[in-house]
Design a protein around this ligand. Structure first.
Ligand SMILES: [Zn+2]
Length: 302
């Protein structure tokens, strides 16, 4: 099946929707990390949700969803953009065993210290555009519930999400109530928002994971006049590079790098998202700092 996101509108009513299903791209992520099923599924749901939200926000840049956990999972991250490119990773606390079938709460908010952070990074050359970051209270025991609360509080757009993931696939459905601009076209269908939610609430996890997107829409909304379909492909891509790792090593500073070199003979960094290894030997490290120092400072140091 294809990895893609599809958007649709409900004719004559201020309701829009999106449906996403991720197969090959999700397998690339799931296979790169050896995760227990509850953690993997949580990351999959967050991935589907990130792509749905990125496509619904009128925003040019990267959307980053992060859950900082106080339980067995210390961090879940998904980064994506409106073009459908995404990457995702998890950090675990090794010492904490997983309970049987833990919910989101047991994974990341055991002591009430879990934080959910939404970042919109404009990725523009304009120096004045700062990233927006919002910290969301942890309300709800599923990724969908937490994000629904976020959309209600921050964007003030009534939004519902249905998400599911397993080892093969992750998928999600989003419904959003648009501001009613008082147009005559929308006057006739006043219960559309309630009706669409009620229909979508009948969707099972198995259907979301096993039916193609068109099948889900047909099963739920076969009597509804959906239109304006727009499809986009989704794919996994990592933005890591040797240059980015080099900048990070420069920030660590010479003493730290020299101490790692003395101990291990090289500095080895592995990308947390795609597992790509980057090795800097003694010669690479020396070049790193020569490149990083401006000629004036270099001269002063001699
Ligand atoms: Zn990478």
């Amino acid at each position: 099946m294809n990895d893609r996101l599809q958007r649709f509108m409900l004719r004559g009513a201020p309701v829009r929707g999106e449906i996403v299903s991720l197969d090959a791209s999700w397998l690339e992520i799931a296979n790169r990390h050896d995760l227990a099923p509850p953690v993997r599924d949580c990351l999959g749901e967050l991935s589907a949700a990130a792509l749905l939200l990125a496509a619904s926000l009128k925003f040019d840049g990267a959307l980053v969803l992060q859950i900082h956990g106080d339980g067995p999972v210390s961090l879940l991250v998904v980064e994506c953009d409106a073009s459908g490119t995404y990457r995702a990773t998890v950090k675990l606390r090794d010492e904490q065993p997983l309970l049987n079938d833990p919910g989101l709460h047991a994974l990341v908010n055991q002591h009430g210290q879990g934080r959910f952070v939404v970042t919109l990074d404009p990725r523009t050359n304009s120096p004045n555009r700062q990233p927006y970051q919002g910290i969301v209270p942890f309300e709800g025991n599923t990724v969908a519930q937490v994000l629904e609360r976020y959309m209600q509080r921050s964007e003030q757009v009534p939004t519902r999400l249905w998400l599911a993931a397993d080892g093969r696939r992750c998928a999600g459905l989003l419904l959003q109530r648009l501001p009613d601009e008082g147009g005559t076209a929308t006057a006739g269908d006043t219960d559309a928002w309630a009706r669409m939610q009620m229909l979508a609430d009948t969707l099972t996890r198995e259907e979301l994971l096993n039916l193609p997107s068109e099948g889900v829409l047909k099963r739920l909304f076969w009597q509804e006049p959906l239109h304006d379909f727009d499809r986009r492909a989704c794919r996994f891509a990592c933005s890591c590079s040797r240059d980015k790792v080099a900048s990070m090593l420069r920030m660590l500073g010479t003493p730290e790098i020299e101490s790692i070199l003395a101990e291990k003979g090289s500095v080895d960094v592995r990308c947390e998202f795609c597992n790509e290894p980057y090795r800097f030997d003694a010669v690479d490290c020396a070049t790193l700092f020569r490149e990083g120092v401006s000629p004036t400072a270099d001269h002063r140091n001699q």
